[in-house]
Design a protein around this ligand. Structure first.
Ligand SMILES: C[S@@+](CC[C@H](N)C(=O)[O-])C[C@H]1O[C@@H](n2cnc3c(N)ncnc32)[C@H](O)[C@@H]1O
Length: 358
């Protein structure tokens, strides 16, 4: 919000910085030079009409077909590099569960406060704001493709904020899915609101829906109750935002916490099940799935996030690192028994059953 006002007045990045400082002074925040580091992400290209204009790098080039990028030794983690909308029709496989963390389309040049720093709300070209109609068309497209990839008793979980979640809910319903719950994830440590003109944003939503309104879905009711001190688990989950301990291979700008993904997967699948994520990012879904003995296939369009995913997956070949992660994940530490093979070759590798792609 502040950034947008600044964009309309400044004629140089130095002047933009000065204006931002002035705005923050009104909120009585103390800032120093390094707080502005991320304001330089966007390049000043012209000052036409006395406005600060920024360079738009354009959208990434998408691969035409599915391009397998990485398969773990134990064949429980497959990653393809490409655009999920083009890649999904290229393989024929039905998954037990899908988790999707699609673009929220909220990178509009605003600023927010993260880890004690002012940062530009610029997650990447894939997250740039587009019109409501474009958001809706995009959601219809990928949600329809996902429905084809689900088993008849399969379920899908889709995360979002108000920017995209209402569109997602409408698309799910019009495509014939049945919405089961809307989980409110309340972050126990949300970033502060720097404008001091709104309540602090501390929640995200995750819609859980099943493919077929008439076919029963998997729900590990007893386990969820056990995880909630023997009381029925509600649709409000108080879980921390992403922690330092889960950024060992760098940080994806919208990386989801392992505690959140672990709970989702524990709730709605069984060991051995196949989980799919069309917007894999750093593959948090895959890491959580493999830690609790599920199999994973994902698609990611940005090479740098494919690399991060592969590195994260290889890291959990080490029994010690698996234990380290398990000891940080809210529902796993001291609550659910997870077997940790001491070496990757101690895992049972099933070379015969079909896999989604290779
Ligand atoms: C919100 S992030 C997912 C973050 C992920 N949940 C994690 O924990 O790392 C969305 C990801 O989808 C990717 N993406 C966006 N559009 C895509 C598309 N059409 N096909 C495949 N990947 C896409 C982006 O590059 C980004 O990494």
């Amino acid at each position: 919000m502040l950034q947008r006002q600044v964009s309309q007045q400044a004629v140089s990045s130095a002047e933009a910085e000065q204006l931002v400082r002035l705005q923050y002074d009104q909120c009585k925040l103390v800032l120093d030079a390094e707080d502005f580091v991320d304001l330089n992400i966007r390049e000043l290209v012209s000052t036409k009409n006395n406005r600060l204009r920024v360079k738009n790098n354009g959208r990434s080039a998408y691969a035409k077909k599915i391009v397998p990028y990485y398969t773990s030794e134990s064949r429980d983690f497959l990653l393809a590099h490409g655009n999920c909308i083009e890649a999904m029709p290229e393989f024929n496989f039905k998954f037990d569960m899908i988790f999707a963390d699609p673009p929220y389309f909220l990178s509009n040049g605003g600023i927010s406060f993260q880890s004690g720093k002012v940062v530009c709300v610029d997650k990447g070209d894939w997250d740039k704001s587009i019109t409501p109609k474009e958001i809706n068309d995009f959601n219809m497209q990928w949600l329809s493709l996902c429905r084809d990839k689900l088993k008849e008793n399969g379920t899908i979980w889709v995360s979002g904020t108000y920017h995209n979640i209402f569109s997602v809910a409408n698309c799910l319903t019009s495509l014939g899915y049945k919405i089961l719950n809307v989980i409110t994830w309340q972050k126990t440590n949300p970033p502060i609101n720097i404008s001091c003109r709104f309540f602090t944003y501390s929640t995200e939503f995750i819609i859980w829906a099943r493919k077929n309104p008439k076919i029963p879905h998997k729900f590990n009711y007893k386990l969820m109750k056990q995880l909630n001190d023997d009381k029925q688990m509600t649709d409000v989950w108080r879980l921390p935002a992403i922690g330092r301990w889960e950024k060992s291979q760098g940080k994806h700008p919208t990386q989801k916490p392992l505690s959140l993904l672990t709970r989702i997967i524990l709730a709605s699948s069984e060991p051995g099940d196949w989980i799919f994520d069309p917007f894999s990012g750093s593959s948090t879904t895959g890491i959580a799935a493999n830690l609790i003995e599920r199999r994973f296939a994902g698609i990611e369009q940005e090479k740098e996030f494919c690399i991060m995913s592969k590195d994260r997956r290889e890291e959990i070949n080490s029994a010690d690192f698996r234990k380290f992660l398990i000891n940080h994940i809210v529902d796993l530490k001291n609550k659910v028994n997870v077997s940790v093979p001491s070496e990757v070759n101690e895992q049972v590798i099933d070379y015969y059953s079909p896999i989604p792609f290779e």
